[in-house]
Design a binder for this molecule. Structure first.
Ligand SMILES: [Zn+2]
Length: 338
């Protein structure tokens, strides 16, 4: 296997706490021998599982980044048994720009796995995570939100891998994480995502959608804060529960994303006026909203409808849309592993 060009002064096998940088060689006019320095932290104490905590996979998703930076500062080796690896701004150039994708190469990190050692910065970051960090880990927590274009009722989720044992463990972790709304992506299977990488490595993987609109959803941050602590306790890594109290998980509404037709897409370009609110229980055939064509006042607006009953869990934030933009998706009550 070809070695990644990314190097770091952090040693993943050293006991104690290290906060440092991953250095991605990036030779440009203003810095011939420069590197892109991406924050990384490791807390290690003795023998135990390794949990990889990641945020900033998409750079305009902020709840997880705030959650992990708080924990990096407060978590000490004596608090744990095992190892926690933090990658809080995974696609660092995107996170610094507050963008979903990298301003350097347009790369969407979560569509770049397994990556490449000699591709652009985003492919190189994916390759490093896939070949260096994932093999060290037993569990991978990837804190997402809706980003600039989407708003979510905050939730945690797992994706069906097809490996029953792995999926059962992931479901247990999802219950332990304890987001009041939780979801199983029952059909989505995209090998270029971090999920795909995690499943290829046999890791238990959990993600969140902790809010969105490019803002910082306080309820989403709290779900991440409490969920990460519950997770570290559940897997046996967190020992100092007097310093990090494990708040009992609330009653969970377990939902699923059952298929493509639970999404609503814009049938044309226009301005979308919502007729319902995020969090509402909607009905099949219900009008989600009206698409207006302001560039042609003679043209009547177009109704866009939901094709199923469900919980309105995700909505497009921007009024302006192009044909093919995702306007919404629903969640329905979980029917069990199939
Ligand atoms: Zn994301």
């Amino acid at each position: 296997m070809e070695k990644s060009l990314i190097w770091t002064e952090v040693d993943y096998e050293t006991e104690g706490k290290q906060i440092g940088y991953l250095h991605l060689p990036h030779s440009v006019t203003r810095s011939a021998y420069g590197t892109i320095a991406m924050p990384i932290a490791v807390v290690k104490n003795g023998i135990g599982p390794t949990v990889l905590l990641m945020s900033g996979n998409h750079g305009d998703e902020f709840e997880g980044q705030v959650c992990l930076n708080k924990l990096i500062r407060s978590l000490d080796p004596a608090d744990i048994e095992g190892r926690v690896i933090f990658l809080p701004m995974a696609n660092f150039p995107a996170a610094m720009a507050g963008l979903r994708v990298s301003p350097l190469d347009g790369g969407n990190l979560n569509r770049s796995f397994p990556g490449s050692p000699d591709g652009g910065p985003t492919a190189q970051i994916a390759y490093y995570i896939d070949t260096t960090l994932a093999p060290l880990a037993d569990y991978w927590i990837d804190l997402h939100s809706g980003g600039s274009s989407l708003d979510y009722i905050p939730f945690a989720s797992v994706m069906v891998s097809g490996d029953d044992q792995l999926d059962t463990r992931a479901l247990e972790l999802l219950r332990a994480f304890g987001s009041p709304v939780s979801m199983v992506w029952a059909y989505f299977n995209e090998p270029r995502t971090a999920t795909g990488s995690a499943h290829r490595h046999g890791l238990v993987y959990l993600a969140t959608e902790a809010g969105g609109t490019g803002s910082l959803n306080p309820a989403g941050v709290q779900i991440c804060d409490q969920g990460v602590i519950r997770t570290l306790s559940h897997v046996g890594v967190l020992k100092n529960t007097s310093k990090f109290p494990v708040v009992a998980a609330p009653e969970i509404r377990l939902t699923e994303l059952a298929g493509r037709d639970y999404y609503v897409y814009a049938p044309d370009a226009g301005l979308f006026e919502w007729y319902c609110a995020l969090g509402e229980e909607v009905k099949e055939g219900q009008v989600a909203g009206m698409l207006h064509f302001n560039d042609n006042p003679a043209r009547a607006p177009m109704e866009v409808v939901f094709r199923h009953d469900g919980l309105f869990i995700c909505k497009r934030h921007f009024a302006r849309c192009e044909r093919g933009d995702c306007l919404a998706h629903l969640a329905t009550d979980y029917r069990g592993l199939s």
